[in-house]
Ligand binder design. Structure first.
Ligand code: TMP
Length: 199
């Protein structure tokens, strides 16, 4: 499928303010579609409920595969058709969440998880990644901690932040780093300026 729309991913740890940013972009730019991961399609939303459930025991490899399965469905059912129709899509998390959380946080290896996700996405990559950066302690103070991943401790989130930082340093053309401790309206204004440049 030919692709003329843009895919913009929003990344960061829990409590960084991604969802507020994605909602702000949606309100400011009515022509964009905002989707989230895991989710955005019926199957993927069901998988979301599974991976977030604190009552379930989930092996790290099973976890990586569940996120990849949710992603594969979203890509084929929603992302590819939307992008082919020329639509700009803002995606609240994408492959880099798996690289950071499963690859680094769970210690499965960033390259192993990248390989799994090349299969899951059939090679689809984001045109731009807005990385909302906060230190692990800031994320911890902001999040509720009620779902399975949010209950992880400081060492886990430190590894996740380090992995995001490494990706941002390696992929400077794709990554835009936003300061997640700035007020939400400042973060949104910066993101909108970046998005305007892209159009
Ligand atoms: P959120 O949409 O509320 O941020 O919840 C998604 C949770 O799942 C969050 O804790 C991050 C985690 N996650 C992964 O561990 N790997 C992934 O690939 C994705 C998309 C999310």
């Amino acid at each position: 499928m030919a692709r003329s729309g843009r895919l913009i991913a929003v990344e960061g740890i829990d409590g960084a303010g991604k969802t507020t940013l994605a909602e702000g972009i949606a309100a400011a730019l009515p022509d964009v579609t905002v989707l989230r991961e895991p989710g955005g399609a019926v199957l993927s939303e069901r998988i979301r409920a599974l991976v977030k459930d604190p009552a379930l025991e989930v092996d790290p490899r099973a976890e990586a595969l569940l996120y990849a399965a949710a992603r594969a469905q979203l890509v084929s059912e929603k992302l590819l058709p939307l992008l082919a129709s020329g639509r700009t899509v803002i995606l609240d998390r994408f492959v880099d969440s798996s690289l950071a959380y499963q690859g680094a946080g769970r210690g499965l290896g960033v390259e192993e998880i990248a390989e799994l996700n090349r299969f899951a996405t059939a090679g689809l990559t984001a045109d731009l990644t807005l990385y909302l950066r906060v230190d692990p302690a800031v994320g911890a103070a902001r999040r509720g901690g009620e779902d399975r991943l949010e209950q992880e401790g400081e060492a886990f989130f430190s590894a996740v932040v380090a992995a995001y930082d490494a990706l941002a340093a390696k992929e400077r053309d794709r990554y835009v780093v936003l300061d997640g401790t700035d007020p939400p309206d400042v973060v949104l204004a910066t993101a909108l300026t970046v998005l305007k440049r892209l159009q």
